[in-house]
Design a protein around this ligand. Structure first.
Ligand code: SF4
Length: 304
């Protein structure tokens, strides 16, 4: 795959765009991976890579534009990580905190076999890397592969699990994630099961906005997500034409007051840190390169 690199103004975040032409019956693809350093690569390196080109889930805030090209092969997933790591200034084995996250473009459980294969390969190459799978929990696909994922997580202790929950009730979550996904209560159940089997804590990600940040929302979350079991990541919804930094600044007071409610309820929380990604569109809702690529690719398809 050929690639281009876009760097944030402070060079803490680099976005890699990979492209491949159609060949041997496989559709052309564009995918994105993002590399972060906090504050040096040696201290902490985070990579978000894609598992699909486009995404069939269609979250309303997401820059994939509700288009799906195809699943990536395991080699295409691994290739993003090895290419990105060619650009850091230390040996990957020297990184103190090293995280590879399957959460850029695509839903891992909609391409489970290839994602698992890539995880196994990456673990062999980078045994010091944590490997975090982030899922919206699409109903059938997640259930079908959950037992296999538990087996993998028991075998490779570096594998982690995060659910994109985002809302405390099913109707609100369905408005944000229109594809059929598991209910909030089922996600709670699967997370508890994974924690029991692996002895590790799952995460859930919650996008704070003014309609889902009241004490009632915390009460609803407490019904399904035991603070002794779960870790929480809070973030904000980043509109397609808005930078992550601007989105967080706009809603800082809201995040602060909701964080307090969550901490008072016993949750261990972290707030998503956009680092310097705002000027390169590194956030999940901002996959602008893919949107542009899709437009020109569709034009070519049409012309052809
Ligand atoms: S946010 Fe993630 S799961 Fe939702 S459409 Fe975008 S890539 Fe897919």
């Amino acid at each position: 795959m050929r690639h281009k690199v876009f760097q944030s103004h402070d060079s803490n975040v680099s976005k890699f765009v990979f492209e491949k032409d159609a060949k041997e019956g496989m559709k052309a693809i564009a995918v994105e991976a993002v590399l972060y350093r906090y504050p040096t690569y040696k201290e902490r390196t985070v990579i978000c890579c894609s598992v699909q080109s486009g995404c069939p889930i269609g979250c309303v805030f997401c820059g994939t534009g509700k288009f799906f090209q195809r699943n990536l092969t395991a080699d295409e997933i691994v290739h993003q990580v090895t290419t990105v790591l060619d650009h850091i200034d230390c040996e990957p084995r020297e990184i103190k905190k090293f995280q590879i996250m399957f959460m850029s473009m695509g839903e891992p459980f909609c391409n489970y076999e290839n994602t698992e294969k890539a995880i196994r390969t990456l673990h062999q190459i980078y045994p010091n890397a944590q490997l975090l799978v982030s899922t919206s929990a699409p109903s059938i696909k997640f259930r079908d592969s959950f037992d296999q994922f538990v087996k993998l997580s028991k075998e490779i202790k570096n594998v982690g699990l995060q659910f994109s929950v985002h809302e405390s009730s099913d109707p609100a979550r369905c408005r944000l994630i229109p594809t059929q996904t598991m209910s909030v209560s089922s996600i709670g159940g699967f997370g508890h099961k994974w924690a029991k089997e692996t002895g590790r804590r799952p995460f859930f990600n919650y996008c704070v906005h003014k309609l889902n940040s009241s004490p009632n929302n915390v009460e609803e979350l407490l019904k399904y997500f035991n603070p002794d079991v779960w870790e929480v990541t809070l973030s904000v919804i980043c509109e397609k034409d808005q930078s992550m930094k601007a989105a967080i600044e706009k809603q800082l007071d809201l995040i602060k007051s909701f964080s307090k409610l969550m901490v008072d309820a016993g949750y261990s929380i972290r707030v998503f840190n956009p680092a310097g990604q705002d000027d390169i569109g590194g956030g999940c809702g901002q996959l602008w390169y893919f949107q542009e690529w899709l437009k020109s690719n569709k034009t070519k398809d049409h012309e052809g």
